[in-house]
Design a binder for this molecule. Sequence first.
Ligand SMILES: Nc1ccc(Br)nc1
Length: 456
Amino acid sequence: ASAAVLQDAEKRGGAARGGPPAAVEKLDLKPPKGTRDVFPEDMRLRNWLFGHWRGVASSFGFEEYDAPVLESESLYTRKSGEEVTQQLYCFEDKGGRRVSLRPEMTPSLARMVMAKRKSLTLPVKWFSIPQCWRYERMTRGRRREHYQWNMDIWGVSGVAAEAELLGAMVTFFERVGLRAEDVGIRVNSRGVLTEVLHSLGVPGDKHTATCVLVDKLDKMPLEAVAGDLAELGLEETSVKRLLEVMELRDMGGVEAFLGKESPAAEELRKLFALAESYGISDWLVLDCSVVRGLAYYTGTVFEAFDRRGKLRAIAGGGRYDALLESFGGEALPAAGFGFGDAVIVELLSDRGLLPKEAGPGATAVVFGWDDELQGAATEVAASLRREGISVDLVLQPRKTKANFKHATRVGATYVVMVAPSEWEAGKVSVKDLRTSDQKELPVGEVASHILAGDVA
Ligand SMILES: Nc1ccc(Br)nc1
């Protein structure tokens, strides 16, 4: 090998043989911008949240699915100016393909439903908890990824689907200790806006873009949107009419504005009646200003909000009957919601409802008195694990006091010590940390003692 290679090897290997370490640039320990590491205590919170989401989904008969986090960019190139498509985490891969980290799950779901359409038994009730991405200029240091609980029902054209979704969302809120006084769900139908736009002579192909613009009104002043609305051909009088209908907050107002025969009024009446049957009416608020920002919604829309008005939307959803056709497929009615993992945690934290229990540590900590007994301690640990008992085996000599401190910290119930004299007699010492009760037991009886579990 050339002198340079030897020299490099010496430099790198030197440290291993106790020589002076080569000058190594220190690794940047932060994860990529907008992303976060999930350490065990964070993972326990995430598992708790996802556990409730999964529990509700399965109690409502939903099945879990998943899809690649990476999709063809073409899945998201809708020309409706939505924020979610303007912040795509997209790039060209090494094969020259335009791809994107998914900003939402619904398009992937639509692709999967189209792919399996012929073999699917409708209705399809599927859920997933995907990590979704956006590439936002880090102007505000906001996150670029979050996990979002998705619940969707395909093949049901009536509002019974939306009622089921709202029922599931409320069930989750109740499971984590939130009440209708804490959280409301604003409900509307894009049909309200569509019927008004129709009456104003606005062509149907402008309705979606109008909804996306109108959705921006709760984030920016009318002046900032009026120009774009005018570009869509909405005169001032029409915009005024739109703003009037968006003020409506009760069915009476909707029926007066649109007429009793209005299909939008009818579907809202039906939805609120079913909500009564679910016992969730207290959670729902009719609010005709809600249109949601996703272009593909075609009917009902809804969003969960904190009634103190401090936080951004907790969750949002609606009906999207035309999505498959927009992908060149055959129409199939669909409704669903997305529920992010960020705002809900802020809300639960504000309300003191985050779970407090320490993580479920091992049931037993096992250690040998000294290094000679590491093999014995390993035998004991293996025998307990074979009986289904979780064991944290101490892997290197440590003071007994430190082992007990560790056991308390990880929430273990038992400490099993392997000491020389007892081991010679085929015994170990088992201490119950709940009672401080300590006894010497033959190795073969430790598992049954622990599995009996009752406090002595
Ligand atoms: N769509 C989306 C993706 C990622 C985050 Br963080 N927020 C919204």
